[in-house]
Design a binder for this molecule. Structure first.
Ligand code: GUN
Length: 300
């Protein structure tokens, strides 16, 4: 078997094309553009590159964005104060506020993320947004999780009654994706089972022991750990959909968590790295930013 590639770049392009029209409508109606403000702490090359992609996507869609660079020596109090000042619109109005992760180890990440007002939390990391998702009434869904769900829906990979195994229990990907795919069909979810919901979900993590015991049971396997080559071909059930969320730099090359060459011979579908989940994360951030602007101006 040779897996069908899940082209996240192409799908993100189609999503952007439809968002562009909505952004135009918004701008025509409110005489201003939706605006995203990103806080970038320190000089981690990968973070700088992700932030650049986010600003470039905003520009392509006709949205405003600003990146506020902060020294790596900033304290938790400095960053909480900065986020507060952005929320008070001291840096220009901000519909969406995003603090790029990771933060330096001396910073209390939870305190900084909690300072982002939940109605501008386009990352969906605030406890209020996490709570809404867990109750099946999502507002801002974490972008990578939303992107994976959208890829499954777009490729008509059924999820209802299927076994999804997620390797990785992060607040950014693993946990929200598990909630999303296990949820009851929300309004608008197609009833044919291809709607990215109604799945049976297993979350694996560093204490799960023999990972293959679980992953071989997966109809849909999601790897979201950040360990190159973690998922090998013998760990994959023939015909399964394999979604690679990992982004790792090895010898100057970007690779995922999946041993892509051999796994492509076993899987039914595979998302590549680069060009799979990464562009979808950015597209979903743009959708969340537009939603934040609409909610703010009463159109959500
Ligand atoms: N770092 C890696 N992924 C993400 C993300 O989705 N949001 C933020 N804020 N930082 C990240």
């Amino acid at each position: 078997m040779t897996a069908q590639m899940l082209d996240g770049r192409a799908l993100a392009g189609r999503i952007e094309a439809s968002l562009r029209g909505e952004v135009d409508t918004f701008a025509g109606m409110f005489r201003r553009k939706p605006r995203l403000v990103v806080v970038l702490v320190g000089d981690v090359a990968a973070s700088a590159s992700y932030v650049k992609s986010k600003a470039a996507a905003a520009a392509r869609l006709g949205m405003d964005s600003a990146v506020i660079p902060v020294a790596a020596t900033a304290t938790t109090a400095d960053l909480v104060a900065l986020v507060g000042s952005i929320a008070r619109d001291e840096h220009g109005h901000a519909d969406g506020i995003l603090v790029q992760l990771p933060l330096p180890p001396h910073v209390d990440q939870v305190a900084v993320l909690d300072a982002v007002p939940p109605d501008r939390d386009v990352d969906g990391f605030h406890p209020e947004n996490a709570g809404l998702l867990s109750q099946g009434r999502p507002r801002f869904i974490p972008c990578t999780a939303a992107g994976v769900q959208r890829m499954l829906i777009d490729a008509a990979i059924p999820t209802a009654g299927r076994h999804v195994v997620i390797v990785g229990r992060s607040d950014i990907v693993g946990k929200p994706l598990a909630l999303l795919l296990a949820q009851r069909p929300p309004p608008g979810c197609p009833a044919d089972g291809a709607g990215g919901c109604d799945a049976t979900v297993t979350i694996c993590h560093s204490r799960s022991g023999d990972l293959g015991r679980f992953t071989r049971e997966a109809d849909i396997l999601v790897a979201a750990v950040g360990k190159p080559g973690l998922i090998t071909a013998p760990m994959v059930r023939p015909g399964a959909a394999v979604i690679d969320v990992g982004i790792n730099r090895v010898d100057g090359r970007l690779v995922g968590d999946v041993d892509a060459g051999p796994v492509a011979e076993v899987a039914g579908w595979l998302s590549p790295v680069p060009g799979g989940v990464g562009p979808m994360t950015v597209a979903m951030l743009m959708a969340n930013t537009l939603l934040a602007a609409e909610l703010r101006l009463g159109r959500g």
